[in-house]
Design a protein around this ligand. Structure first.
Ligand code: ADP
Length: 810
């Protein structure tokens, strides 16, 4: 049975075909050994196959004309890849083709021919005899009968397997007409079956040619099986990908439609679905939270957008988050201020000892608030070393005024966005710390504490200080803009309190907006009082014991202050007290004691050996070592400046990480000593034959400033003259080349440090006398304060008489 190609012919076309000159009966004749060649472009024709071919190239037309005239067959030869030239050359053609009879032909306009060719048998070209006007080839027909072996079980199996492969293929490929599938099923010759299957649309022409060239039918069947299975694999994969894509698309569409339908149904029924309910809930909240008009409009608009959006859209989460932020902020919720001044003052005193200035400021504010409610909130800045009660004071103020308290830390904040938030377009965007703080405060008039304002940084991500300026400016903060919120938020009812260890690193513009309140640190007596009245009762209570069970003697507390802590504040003091109470609480719990009084002599038992020695008076006075005082961020500290004079080339060595100002001040001190050598009892030649080394411990901590000038000079003169310096005399002051003593800063902290260290005499510039009123009276009373104008006066106080060599040895 001849096999038709897959191409469909139109019937009317078929009618117009002309019959070839000789009848079909001739076909049984022997095939001539020389045949005109009809080159095929990108197609392969198999025996038993009927194909319509359009013939256009002159060589092809000539070949067909010749065949028609002779009433004989043509040789159909496929062109190799890249063929298709007008004048076909033998090199362009494969050597194996199909002998075919032209059963019909039709002249088309423009000289083209439409023919119907029927494949008869395979043939191999042995040589090309002529190239013009058509290609003529000598051929060797391949007799199918030469290969037709008996149909073994194996061949049968192979055929069935190819047939079933083809069935699966037809199922997956819709381009194969059903008739073809049925026809293939009926073929019972292995070779014919292979040829028929090789026509499957997806098999490339090169592979088909290979099938044509495989003469052994069983081999051919195997080859076809391989080709087919490859196509099957490709098809299966393609189908799988397609169906997955399809599934995804369908699900989204289905969900969307279902949602829309649900909404429509609910609307029709006058019900609200879970989504609608959520939207209405949001709207209710927006109304309830009392936003200003602008914010409310914005929020409602966003809810409207949200309700228009399919629930699965990724943007819904973003919008919902935004609206939820808006409704969670305290737009109008306010606590009522306690304006009972007497009660407030009581609360402040109850929580903190001393600190009169701050307490007064707060009471004043409350008094004015009582008279005028439009009073601007103060912006305070507590400056002082750690542990002086800055944080707990903030809390206490909140308690006294009946306001909420919220605290954030600004330490290490470098990014403006941390203050002002990220724009909503960023993934995971949030409001800044201010707005976050307001949300957790829950009211719009809390006491808002911002710690470590002296430690905010500045880098390429913008300047957080600039954002803070807006927060801390009463003119602007009634409409604070956060990038995330997009609508202004009113911060004008907030009382801001910032804290800092030092003023120097706070940007100027910020410093100007705040009322600076300094908390310099406590005197020993104050600490004692704080410990007795506040820290011990607080710790007793928090450890679950009673004041009857645990008592501290005054001596014990003083011992802790002097020998187990060294600080401006009381944080470590509180810690040590807690540690002792903990140990006693354990004993009580274990039933080993009923009540304990902690005495000074017990401290070693509880806290270990003393960590600091108190009272420098007990220490030996030395040559070349003078006692200075320095200001540090954790309060003041006492330091010892050492000078060594060594024989050798004159030189000034300075160590201990001294800054430029301090180095220059050492140079000035040396020049002064040199110029006054004779008056000071020093051999002027000594400076020419000695190197001087000035060292300021602790060596690893950077130090700077001019205020150690007189201390360095004293140590220097002591070293050159051999007169020891009194250890219990601390001094501070800048020195000029002429020996004048100039004023210095940080006096309060320095005097407190001297007082803490048990210094007896404190030498300071006369010009600093006016700063003394800031210094606690107890400190002044504990020290012998000496004001000086000239270096001579310093030396008079600090230097002892030269020690005789005999005494030195003793
Ligand atoms: P800062 O914030 O300055 O570092 P804290 O507020 O943490 O210091 O204070 C440390 C501890 O010392 C707190 O328990 C605080 O109650 C206590 N304290 C500090 N100053 C006083 C004071 N004047 N009266 C009572 N307790 C104080």
């Amino acid at each position: 049975m001849p096999i038709r190609t897959y191409g469909k012919q139109r019937p009317e076309q078929e009618k117009r075909y002309r019959k070839p000159a000789r009848s079909r009966a001739r076909r049984a004749e022997r095939i001539p050994s020389e045949l005109p060649v009809l080159p095929l472009l990108s197609t392969v024709v198999f025996p038993h196959m009927v194909v319509p071919l359009r013939v256009g190239r002159p060589v092809s037309v000539a070949a067909v004309e010749e065949a028609l005239a002779a009433g004989g067959p043509v040789l159909l030869l496929a062109e190799r890849k890249g063929g298709g030239r007008k004048d076909v050359k033998p090199e362009d053609l494969y050597r194996v083709g199909t002998v075919a009879y032209i059963t019909q032909s039709l002249n088309l306009p423009e000289g083209d021919l439409q023919i119907l060719a029927q494949g008869a048998t395979r043939a191999q070209v042995s040589e090309f005899i002529q190239g013009e006007p058509y290609l003529l080839a000598r051929i060797q027909p391949i007799e199918a009968s030469a290969y037709t072996a008996e149909k073994t079980v194996e061949v049968e199996a192979l055929m069935r397997s190819v047939q079933s492969q083809f069935e699966s293929y037809v199922e997956l490929n819709k381009d194969v007409p059903d008739e073809v599938a049925a026809a293939v099923h009926q073929i019972d010759d292995a070779g014919t079956l292979a040829d028929a299957v090789a026509l499957a649309p997806d098999i490339p022409h090169e592979d088909r040619q290979q099938v044509l060239e495989t003469f052994d039918p069983v081999e051919r069947l195997r080859l076809v099986s391989v080709l087919l299975s490859r196509q099957l694999e490709i098809l299966e994969l393609k189908n799988k990908i397609q169906s997955e894509v399809q599934k995804g698309v369908e699900k989204v569409q289905r969900d969307y439609y279902l949602h829309e339908q649900l909404k429509a149904i609910q609307k029709e029924l006058g019900e609200e679905g879970p989504e609608g309910a959520a939207m209405n809930e949001l709207r209710r909240k927006i109304e309830a939270v009392g936003m200003p008009e602008e914010a409310k409009e914005k929020a409602l608009k966003e809810v409207e957008r949200l309700s228009q959006m399919p629930a699965a859209s990724p943007e819904t989460a973003v919008i919902r988050n935004y609206v939820e932020w808006l409704v969670s902020l305290p737009w109008s919720l306010e606590t009522e201020d306690n304006l009972d001044l007497i009660q407030a003052a009581e609360i402040l005193d109850e929580d903190h000892y001393g600190l009169a200035k701050v307490k007064e400021r707060i009471i004043e504010y409350m008094a004015v608030r009582k008279l005028s409610s439009s009073m601007r909130s103060p912006i305070l800045c507590f400056v002082g070393p750690p542990g002086v009660g800055k944080t707990s004071l903030g809390k206490s103020i909140a308690r006294a005024m009946g306001r909420k308290f919220i605290r954030i830390s600004l330490g290490g904040v470098r990014d403006e966005a941390e203050i002002r938030g990220h724009r909503r377009t960023y993934v995971g965007a949030l409001p800044g710390r201010i707005i976050q703080g307001m949300r957790s405060a829950g009211t719009r008039n809390p006491i808002f504490m911002m710690d470590e304002i002296d430690k905010i940084g500045l880098d390429f991500r913008g300047d957080p200080a600039a954002a803070l300026l807006e927060v801390l400016d009463p003119e602007q903060n009634s409409a604070f803009s956060d990038h995330f919120l997009e609508v202004p938020f009113d911060l004008s009812k907030v009382i801001f309190i910032t804290t800092a260890n030092m003023l120097d690193t706070i940007p100027h513009a910020l410093r100007d907006r705040m009322e600076i309140i300094e908390l310099p640190g406590y005197t020993e007596e104050e600490k004692l009082h704080i410990a007795e009245k506040y820290l011990v009762p607080k710790q007793i209570e928090s450890h679950g014991v009673t004041a009857r069970e645990v008592k501290f003697s005054r001596g014990a507390l003083r011992g802790i202050i002097r020998e187990h802590t060294k600080e401006a504040g009381v944080r470590n003091l509180e810690r040590q007290i807690a540690s002792i109470i903990r140990k006693i609480a354990r004993k009580i719990a274990e039933g080993r004691t009923k009540s304990t009084v902690v005495k000074q002599s017990d401290l070693e038992k509880y806290l270990g050996p003393a960590k600091y020695s108190f009272g420098l008076a007990q220490e030996k006075d030395e040559v070349g070592v003078a006692t200075g005082v320095a200001w540090t961020p954790v309060g003041g500290d006492v330091m010892f400046i050492e000078v060594n004079v060594m024989e050798g080339r004159p030189d000034l060595i300075l160590t201990g990480q001294l800054g430029d100002v301090m180095r220059e001040s050492a140079r000035a001190a040396l020049s002064y000593a040199r110029s006054r050598a004779r008056d000071l009892g020093i051999d002027p030649k000594a400076f020419e034959s000695h190197a001087v080394h000035v060292h300021v411990p602790a060596g690893a901590i950077p130090k700077d400033g001019p205020s150690a000038g007189i201390t360095i000079a004293t140590a220097l003169i002591s070293a050159f003259s051999g007169r020891p310096v009194r250890k219990d005399v601390a001094m501070t002051g800048e020195i000029t080349l002429r020996g004048r003593v100039l004023p210095i800063g940080g006096l309060k902290e320095k005097m407190l440090a001297a007082h803490r260290a048990g210094i007896r005499t404190f030498v300071l510039p006369e010009k600093n006398r006016r700063d003394l009123h800031d210094v606690p009276k107890a400190v002044i009373r504990s020290l012998n304060v000496v004001f000086v104008n000239q270096m001579d006066e310093v030396l008079n106080v600090a230097l002892l008489e030269e020690v005789k060599p005999s005494e030195k040895a003793a």
